[in-house]
Design a binder for this molecule. Structure first.
Ligand SMILES: [Zn+2]
Length: 467
């Protein structure tokens, strides 16, 4: 009998990882995500895998976000040499994400080793390096949506569009076990119907076991129009106040949505700011990949954009200035008003956004707009939760800028969308909630019970079920 183990993103939102073992002893690793957030959570990234990487026969990745893919280079570093299945666009994005992650790991280790040398301690090795990331890319096996492939004997994989970011997939694994086939469906991260560029998540009707994400299991997002008016209101207020607008954003997905919305405001003559800086080398490169796979975006929107002569993401917003080099980035520090600055990282635990905070966060005329989920323990969460001062780049900085959280931009389905997506399964699968903080899972569990009469389990880390 096939077995499924819940190894990561269990009662939390990062470190996505599941292991499927067939009755013939073949092992498929579903996801290999990095732990993000508090220091003790991140220390999990160095803990031994609960399996031997060499014993894995195939790896399946739902999408390129680092909390789903970020430990792949550690897997190859520790000897995994089998195939890594992901969609074509995910493979392109993985190159970007994993090289960036490897670079951060190398820099972290270098920094740590300076301190260690002074204390007479042995140096540590980085978690992984760019070479390990290169090895991952050599093992990637791109698949199209709906293209079905046997990943190990008796296990057939099919990806369906999850509508979350470019290339994101709902994972369907048909497991043949002694003549009977059981279907495991993993929602991956399900997209929010309100995001303009992505298609709606594919509707699936059959599953025996369903793993469903629950990031926003406790709430609905306000849909586009309200959020957009609120966003525009913030931009207008910032213009009146004479300050800058800082938008920490994830390089992949959120940034392209923001450029789209700002482009609409610009074309409607409603954008008061004269300059929009995209200060993230990774987001700039992600724009190029989105432009390459433009045909995978929402077909209605695509038609409209083609009519406007838009053939690449940067065309959406003529006043967009992409600042790739550190010199260009530093030059933004001289701009004290009238600019919108989109910079990474999304949860503010690193990246160029920190420099912009240093120059703007203490100024009451500036505004900060959060458009994405802020995990516990991150700088972003502290600011959202109302900290009056924060520590960044070895300094205490007062938080005097006005802080706004706009939930409608989320790339994740809200509670009603999750319920709606689940309600299409014709025969009720065994349902397990994953990828969410416990209180959000409990809220979703309650809503599933009340609205669909459906009992969902909330697994604990390390739980194992028979498929
Ligand atoms: Zn994601």
């Amino acid at each position: 009998m096939a077995l499924l183990s819940f190894l990561g993103a269990i009662r939390q939102v990062t470190g996505s990882c599941y292991l499927l073992e067939t009755h013939e002893g073949k092992r498929v690793l579903l996801e290999c995500g990095m732990h993000q957030g508090r220091r003790e959570e991140e220390s999990n990234n160095r803990r031994a895998f609960p399996f031997r990487p060499k014993d894995i026969d195939a790896v399946v990745i739902s999408h390129a976000h680092i909390d789903h893919s970020g430990l792949l280079p550690r897997l190859t570093k520790e000897g995994y040499r089998g195939p890594i299945f992901a969609t074509e666009a995910s493979c392109a994005l993985l190159e970007l994400m994993l090289h960036d992650a490897a670079h951060l790991q190398e820099k972290d280790a270098e920094w740590e080793n300076k301190w260690r040398a002074r204390r007479g301690q042995k140096p540590i090795a980085p978690l992984y390096t760019g070479d390990d990331a290169d090895q991952v890319l050599r093992q990637c096996r791109p698949l199209s949506y709906q293209q079905s492939e046997e990943v190990v004997p008796g296990v057939r994989l099919t990806f369906h569009d999850a509508g979350h970011i470019l290339g994101s997939a709902i994972v369907q694994l048909d497991v043949n076990d002694l003549g009977r086939t059981r279907r495991l469906v993993f929602s991956g991260d399900l997209g929010n119907d309100c995001t303009p560029l992505m298609r709606s998540p594919a509707v699936l009707e059959q599953a025996d076991v369903l793993l469903m994400e629950s990031t926003y299991g406790d709430r609905d997002h306000r849909c586009s129009d309200d959020t957009l008016e609120e966003f525009l209101g913030v931009l207008q207020q910032a213009h009146k106040d004479g300050g800058n607008v800082l938008i920490p954003a994830f390089a992949i997905g959120r940034t392209q949505d923001l450029i789209y919305h700002l482009g609409r405001f610009y074309h409607e003559g409603r954008l008061p700011q004269q300059a929009v800086f995209l200060d993230s080398p990774m987001a700039i490169r992600a724009n190029a990949i989105y432009s390459r796979y433009l045909e995978q975006l929402d077909p209605v929107e695509l038609e409209r954009l083609r009519g406007m002569g838009v053939h690449k993401v940067a065309d959406l917003l003529p006043i967009l200035r992409s600042t790739a080099t550190p010199e260009e980035s530093m030059a933004i520090n001289r701009v004290t008003s009238g600019a919108i600055i989109i910079a990474g990282s999304g949860m503010c635990n690193g990246g160029r956004i920190l420099h912009h905070f240093k120059h703007n966060l203490w100024r009451p005329e500036c505004h900060v707009v959060f458009t994405g989920f802020q995990a516990r323990g991150t700088l972003g969460r502290a600011i959202v939760d109302g900290a009056d001062r924060v520590r960044l780049l070895h300094q205490q900085i007062m938080v005097k800028a006005k802080v706004h959280t706009l939930g409608g931009f989320s790339a994740h389905a809200g509670q009603s969308q999750l319920l709606n997506w689940a309600s299409h399964f014709s025969q009720r699968p065994e349902l397990h909630l994953v990828h969410g903080e416990l209180e959000k899972m409990l809220a979703l569990q309650g809503a599933l019970r009340h609205r669909l009469g459906w009992e969902a389990s909330i697994p604990e880390p390390g739980d194992r079920i028979a498929l």
